[in-house]
Design a protein around this ligand. Structure first.
Ligand SMILES: Nc1ncnc2c1ncn2[C@@H]1O[C@H](COP(=O)(O)OP(=O)(O)O)[C@@H](O)[C@H]1O
Ligand SMILES: [Mg+2]
Length: 268
């Protein structure tokens, strides 16, 4: 793999803040958050529930307008409400269309982009195979397990080949083992495609398995409390990495800091 330290910044977040009006009170969700993500880097935003992780991701996705600060993608300032080309978003709950088959769900973005049917079919077939969904192309989402649905949802985003992937707890609703299967799927795809990934999670094990770097958020208002380099070798095996002494060491170190924020969040 290329030396990533030489790679330019893809995402730059500077002094980002967000407050929500809620009736006649104001909720300060995010306060003065600054960080950047290098090209091809996999960064996890980790924090307890309510720490502003989704709000930050939604601002980067231009779905929410910041109250302060700015966001640059490839050096250009982005504007709320204006989708940035090359940015893909995977949500927590899979958002497959129940009335479309697996193949038609995965191919949706290509259809929107006006890709001819022949090419569409080839690319859908490649994605179906990659996601281990062969044989289920003509099934409807209701006939699939949660893990299969989430794989199809992931492929629906990946098929348009985004260079930046924003992921908001995409595996949050899955059981532990299905989640680890998804980590394997995502790691193999990312090793090959080298997208720049910003992955939101409250699950420390997940962040350690996947990321090059973990940005730890404090309880509300979300601020950056700490950052950790995750130096396990690549390619990583999502099962075996959890057995290493270094994993246990990093887990314990970060858990202490994350735990303090859980407790604060509880009493907030
Ligand atoms: N649209 C909204 N209106 C009012 N408050 C909101 C809105 N979205 C988020 N919040 C509040 O902002 C805080 C951070 O939320 P969120 O970014 O969803 O946290 P996380 O993703 O870390 O769980 C929470 O207290 C939440 O209630
Ligand atoms: Mg969230």
């Amino acid at each position: 793999m290329p030396p990533r330290s030489l790679d330019p910044q893809r995402i730059e977040v500077r002094g980002l803040s967000k407050s929500f009006q809620f009736g006649n009170s104001t909720i300060e969700a995010v306060r003065d958050v600054s960080f950047s993500v290098r090209r091809g880097e996999f960064v996890a935003l980790l924090g307890p529930s309510g720490s502003g992780k989704s709000t930050v991701l939604n601002m980067i996705a231009t779905l929410i307008r910041p109250s302060g600060g700015e966001i640059l993608i490839d050096g250009k300032r982005i504007a709320a409400g204006k989708a940035t080309p090359g940015v893909g978003y995977v949500f927590q709950r899979d958002t497959l269309f129940p009335w479309r088959t697996v193949a038609d769900n995965i191919g949706y973005g290509l259809q929107l982009a006006g890709v001819p049917e022949r090419e569409r079919k080839e690319r859908i077939a490649a994605c179906v195979a990659q996601a281990g969904l062969t044989g289920f192309e003509q099934a409807y989402p209701s006939a699939l397990s949660g893990g299969m649905r989430q794989r199809a949802a992931l492929m629906r985003t990946l098929i348009v080949e985004p260079q930046i992937l924003l992921m908001d707890e995409p595996f949050g609703a899955l059981d532990t083992h299905t989640k680890i299967d998804m980590h394997e799927v995502l790691l193999r795809i990312w090793e090959r495609e080298q997208q720049t990934v910003l992955f939101v999670t409250h699950d420390l094990g997940e962040a350690l398995t996947l990321a090059d770097r973990i940005i730890l958020f404090s309880a509300r208002p979300g601020r950056i409390k700490d950052m950790f380099e995750v130096d396990f070798a690549r390619p990583r095996d999502a099962v075996k990495v959890r057995e290493t002494p270094r994993y246990a060491e990093l887990f314990q170190h970060i858990w202490h800091s994350l735990g303090e924020e859980f407790v604060k969040g509880r009493s907030a």
